[in-house]
Design a binder for this molecule. Structure first.
Ligand SMILES: Cc1cc2nc3c(=O)[nH]c(=O)nc-3n(C[C@H](O)[C@H](O)[C@H](O)COP(=O)(O)OP(=O)(O)OC[C@H]3O[C@@H](n4cnc5c(N)ncnc54)[C@H](O)[C@@H]3O)c2cc1C
Length: 418
């Protein structure tokens, strides 16, 4: 490759994980000449836990990669909640015949997606860092490609559309000036480690120990994820994260019993910076997808599924030419309710409210299934769950508009003056 080389495509994607590879698969299937560029070389890990639900498993199937994922034997999981010695287990309402979730490490999943994109006909170039855009991203000077640096030097990839699938710190978003909007601060942080040799069942288990929630997700290739999610205010008292994490998870008798004879095979990882946001999704010659466009607290476990869903939708709109206006409108309609629910999920739980919801879910298995189906996006919380659980609206907020008003209030003057 030389400095003068310009390589032409129908679409250039920056980032090749959940959003980027999924988009590459759908665009290649639609007949576009597409390249996805990633500075990483796969297999490659990224900070993320990784439970995905029946709706997202169906999308893996549609992308032609589910068999490769299941070859790593992630156990099918029902969802179980535990609080004060009581528990319930619930399956999901089946989506395409599957009523379970799976947990697949990103080091496994993302490499399979990259290979899936190549099989679909996309080019994926690893070890290629995008450093600039061709075009300013204005109506007069739309984005027409990217400049990038690979191991053999700089290259220009030209295309009528550049899509940033490059995560929370998106280079494309920065270069086009797409700032975070409707930022939803979080009160909780999430930390986790990988384990092997954990005694297991076919459940993902959430242990509610207000204000903490610890969870056990059996994952692929015999690995297990054990998480602790708790108040940001606790950070000040934590001197040694490894010690704190081990004491926290071992304080839960059921978890301690499962960990007898198990081995922790990673350091403790996680982040206190989990605030939600939106960015403008499109502009002249560019679009954003995945975390680059929209992020929610990972207690919602939706980032991977949403990245696949948005990639599928955006690909169809790029193919029919409607993407510039139709894609942001779709996102608004699709995401607003779950964004509001994430406000609740990102707050530390309390014992009183946990007693109320556990009463309701233990009494009515249909309601228990409905709450776990919120994560599969087959149930709407403010229609199908909250009105049926005594006291829940006082904790979640009575309506989507009530919850989002403080954040969308920031957005409205901007939209009006744009
Ligand atoms: C602690 C934590 C737990 C989570 N748990 C879950 C969960 O249980 N379930 C779930 O669905 N989601 C979960 N998520 C969210 C999920 O990880 C993200 O939503 C998902 O990774 C988004 O995928 P993406 O492809 O948009 O971005 P990313 O996975 O961030 O990929 C972006 C890619 O872009 C590349 N890139 C960036 N800049 C450049 C550049 N300039 N040039 C070239 N390449 C570039 C990067 O190398 C990277 O490979 C969690 C997130 C966190 C932080």
């Amino acid at each position: 490759m030389t400095e003068s080389e310009v390589r032409p495509y129908d679409a250039v994607i920056v980032g090749a994980r959940a959003a980027g590879s999924a988009l590459a698969i759908h665009l290649a299937r639609a007949g576009l000449k597409v390249v996805a560029l990633d500075r990483a070389s796969f297999p490659s890990d990224i900070l993320s836990t990784h439970v995905i639900y029946p709706n997202t498993i169906a999308r893996l199937d549609h992308m032609g990669v589910l068999d490769a994922v299941m070859a790593h034997e992630p156990p099918p999981l029902y969802t179980s909640w535990h609080h004060e010695g009581r528990m319930f287990v619930a399956p999901h309402t089946p989506v395409e015949g599957r009523d379970w979730a799976i947990c697949v490490r990103r080091i496994t999943l993302d490499g399979i997606l990259v290979e899936g994109a190549r099989k679909a006909g996309a080019e994926v170039i690893e070890g290629m860092t995008v450093t600039g855009l061709v075009g300013a991203g204005t109506e007069d000077d739309p984005v027409r490609g990217v400049t990038a640096l690979g191991e053999n030097g700089p290259v220009t990839f030209a295309a009528p559309i550049v899509i940033g699938a490059d995560g929370v710190n998106s280079t494309v978003a920065r270069l086009v000036g797409a700032a975070r909007k409707r930022v939803m601060p979080t009160e909780t942080m999430l930390y986790f480690a990988y384990w092997t040799g954990v005694k297991t069942r076919n459940t993902q288990d959430f242990f509610f120990e207000p204000p903490w929630v610890c969870a056990h997700f059996p994952a692929d290739d015999g690995h297990h994820v054990i998480t602790m999610n708790g108040p940001l205010t606790a950070r000040a008292e934590i001197r040694d994260w490894e010690d704190y994490y081990l004491n926290r998870i071992r304080s839960i008798p059921a978890l301690r019993a499962r960990l007898e004879g198990a081995t922790k095979v990673s350091k403790v990882m996680g982040s206190p910076r989990l605030e939600g946001y939106y960015r403008d999704h499109t502009g002249p010659g560019w679009a954003l997808v995945g975390d680059a466009a929209h992020f929610k607290h990972p207690a919602g476990a939706q980032g991977i599924g949403d990245a696949f869903h948005a990639a599928e939708v955006l690909a169809g709109m790029i193919a029919d030419g409607s993407w510039r206006a139709a894609y942001p409108a779709w996102r608004e309609a699709d995401s607003r309710e779950f964004y509001a629910f994430c406000k609740h999920l990102a707050e530390p739980p309390g014992d009183d409210s946990m007693r109320q919801v556990m009463d309701a879910y233990i009494r009515d298995p249909r309601l228990a299934r409905a709450i776990v189906d919120v994560w599969a996006r087959t149930v709407k919380p403010w229609t199908d769950v909250i009105p049926h659980v005594p006291g829940m609206a006082a904790v979640t907020g009575a309506s989507i508009d009530d919850v989002l008003a403080p954040y969308e209030g920031e957005r409205l003057p901007l939209a009006a003056s744009a």
